[in-house]
Design a protein around this ligand. Structure first.
Ligand code: ADP
Ligand code: ZN
Length: 650
């Protein structure tokens, strides 16, 4: 009898079966499972020979679906080991629902033509192209250049060169940047649209694309982070655009960082990987500085486009009486730019009208009953809403605590409030709000970009949705309403994220021939990050940030893992968190911080506690954590999650 291991897309792991025919690793099989049939994948794990032969059921049927290749299997195993997740849950990300259905009219994918368009590169760009072409086998390159320097053109050329002999290419973009604008650009360059992969695909699109990738019928896939788990057979190149973007970190289910895992996937495939960014993450930057990655720079904007002039509006000297979120300086610049018929973008990373509503009479604040969060006022719907769980109530006419009428005040601005202020200041201007509530599919986004391009909009007011990946020739003014917003909170990457985001937002101004202006409104104009932004001095920022992290032995100079313990009942969750912290290995080179109540101490009705584990760079983190947690038994109803290399600390 030949025993095989079959893995199911569940947390439980592999089960032994008897192979009835040749059933190689990667094959999809239908097998009896309890009283029903289940589909699993023959796995390359050794069978569990302790189970007596008579208990082993036959794996009767092999499905006519292309098997997962050895590289995909190796990748799934690696991710599971790194994130300390059950292999089955990682496998789940590599499968598609309704695998066996066949589409009546399957999607077809055209073959990109590397020679469809020829580009004349500048000397610097040509040198970057040459360096990328020079990578033989696995290798990581940081393609580092300001917005508008031609990074996209350069990596398009690398794609063209790698595709000449066939094979496949994966381009990862932050979900938000997966716009028609990018796809149109790809089509201009290669004559066809690439295959796309993101959360808004229909099940049929998913299935057709998955099958086309598995059968090698599509050569270029552009996708959000989950595209990493597609069954590529013959990867020739991976590109991670906007590699610094924190949305590459998946925060639900299997907690992985798509940029880091992309490097692993490239290593398994033995192909190069390009990390592109105007503001590289500190991790990537340090790896490049240490010579582990090739550092390819494009220092200038293409053609005549220049970086914008940057002005700081010091919000401390505001006239106290004025309820203005738009400073006199920004107001003046808006007047000038609008008078010239140019467009402006106002950036505020906060949806709704006001982040907090309170009663002037008794001080009552509206809080979410399910989360440690204030309810955000949304004026458009007349609601107060929790941005974490969706809980919403109509805004009451009187205070529910003291019953005083007309006593509720809205504190602080959200984009709706900025819109209101703009309407009062510039009644003739056509202003539009852009957030994930207003735009939730690519068609709506394309429509918005179209109206912007044809000049139907004067002022865009929006969240970070507007920071990415496209450019408007006539957009010459960017106003950052609250440049300090990301700096509080004290999380490890707060400064880095603020620098990256604001740098990117400001880069939206003046990308074509016209000179741009950016106005940063700040209460801390002396802050190092605001200063580095003002002087467009990335080097100073990176040097200071590197030094601070080095001193604190924080990543990339040390390693972090978070243990998040949560439960519907507070006491058992707290008890479990204390037990876990108490069981920490004593000998190892680790620091255990906590347990403490998480900043979001209550989230969707669950109480949360956090333990932060800090180790040296060479610590075998996974092995240490696995051993540690195996010594603690947690009661039912208490959930323990591990976050290796955490990016969020809420
Ligand atoms: P980045 O990706 O660094 O932001 P892009 O590749 O988007 O830069 O380039 C910015 C703009 O300049 C785009 O419109 C692009 O088509 C154009 N561009 C860049 N390099 C060239 C080139 N060599 N020839 C023609 N247009 C170019
Ligand atoms: Zn809530």
């Amino acid at each position: 009898m030949q025993r095989i291991s079959v893995l199911f897309p569940t947390p439980t792991g592999c089960y032994d079966y008897r192979a009835e025919a040749d059933m190689p690793a990667g094959a999809f099989v239908r097998v009896p499972f309890g009283r029903r049939q289940a589909v699993g994948v023959v796995w390359d794990a050794p069978p569990d020979n302790t189970i007596p032969p008579e208990k082993i059921k036959p794996a009767a049927e092999i499905l006519s679906v292309p098997p997962l290749g050895a590289q995909t299997i190796a990748f799934v195993n690696w991710v599971a080991g790194y994130t300390l997740s059950p292999v089955g849950m990682v496998l789940k990300m590599a499968l598609i629902p309704d695998l066996e259905k066949t589409s009546k009219k399957p999607l077809t994918f055209g073959a990109p033509d590397p020679a469809h368009q020829t580009i004349r590169f500048s000397d610097k760009q040509a040198e970057a192209v040459r360096q990328l072409a020079g990578i033989d086998g696995f290798g990581v390159a940081l393609l580092d250049g300001v917005t508008g320097s031609g990074k996209t053109e350069v990596y398009f050329e690398a794609i063209a060169q790698r595709l000449v002999d066939g094979g496949q290419v994966l381009v990862l973009l932050p979900e938000i940047a997966l716009t028609t604008a990018w796809l149109d650009r790809f089509e201009t360059r290669f004559g066809v649209k690439p295959a796309v992969w993101h959360s808004a695909l229909t099940p049929k699109q998913r299935r057709d694309t998955w099958l086309a990738v598995a059968q090698g019928r599509t050569s270029v896939v552009v996708g959000a982070r989950s595209a990493l788990f597609l069954p590529f057979r013959d990867l020739k190149l991976i590109v991670v655009d906007e590699e610094h973007d924190t949305s590459f970190k998946q925060e639900e289910g299997v907690l992985y960082h798509a940029r880091d895992m992309a490097i692993v996937r490239a290593k398994i495939a033995g192909c190069p990987i390009v990390l592109a960014s105007a503001t590289p993450s500190l991790e990537t930057y340090c790896n490049a500085a240490a010579g582990k990655y090739r550092h390819i720079t494009l220092p200038d904007r293409f053609a005549d486009a220049r970086m914008p002039d940057i002005l700081i509006a010091d919000m401390r000297c505001r006239d106290k009486g004025a309820v203005r979120f738009i400073s006199p300086l920004l107001c003046q610049k808006l007047t000038e730019h609008l008078a010239r018929g140019e467009q402006a973008l106002l950036f505020l990373n906060r949806r709704g009208y006001a982040p907090l509503v309170l009663c002037r009479a008794c001080g009552h604040r509206f809080q979410c009953p399910h989360c440690s969060a204030w309810l955000v006022e949304h004026k458009s719907g007349g609601r107060l809403q929790c941005h974490h769980c969706g809980h919403a109530i109509p805004k009451p006419a009187e205070c529910p605590a003291c019953h005083e009428a007309d006593s509720l005040v809205s504190c602080g601005p959200g984009v709706e409030r900025i819109h209101e202020e703009i309407a009062a200041l510039f009644p003739a201007a056509r202003a539009e709000i852009v957030t994930s509530e207003h735009i939730d599919n690519p068609a709506q986004f394309a429509d918005l970009l179209g109206r912007m391009q044809t000049g139907l909009i004067d002022i865009l007011i929006g969240t970070q949705m507007l920071a990415k990946g496209y450019h408007f020739a006539n957009l010459t003014l960017v106003g950052v309403i609250d440049a300090d917003m990301g700096l509080g909170g004290g999380d490890l990457r707060a400064g880095e994220r603020t620098f990256q985001l604001l740098h990117q937002v400001m880069g939206r101004a003046g990308r074509a021939a016209k000179q741009g202006t950016a106005v940063l409104q700040s209460f801390n104009p002396d802050n190092m990050i605001i200063g580095a932004l003002k002087n467009n001095d990335r080097t100073a920022f990176l040097a200071a940030e590197t030094q601070a992290r080095q001193m604190l032995e924080m990543p990339p100079f040390g390693r972090l893992a978070a243990i998040i313990v949560s439960g519907k009942n507070q006491a058992p969750a707290w008890e479990a968190a204390r037990k876990i912290a108490g069981a920490a290995p004593k000998d190892a080179d680790i620091a255990v911080l906590g347990p403490v109540a998480a900043p979001m101490a209550l989230l969707r009705n669950k109480y949360r506690f956090r333990i932060l584990v800090k180790t040296g760079r060479d610590c075998k983190l996974q092995k240490m954590l696995a051993g540690w947690l195996s010594r603690v038994r947690c009661p039912a109803g208490v959930d323990v999650r591990l976050d290796i290399d955490p990016y969020s600390f809420y």
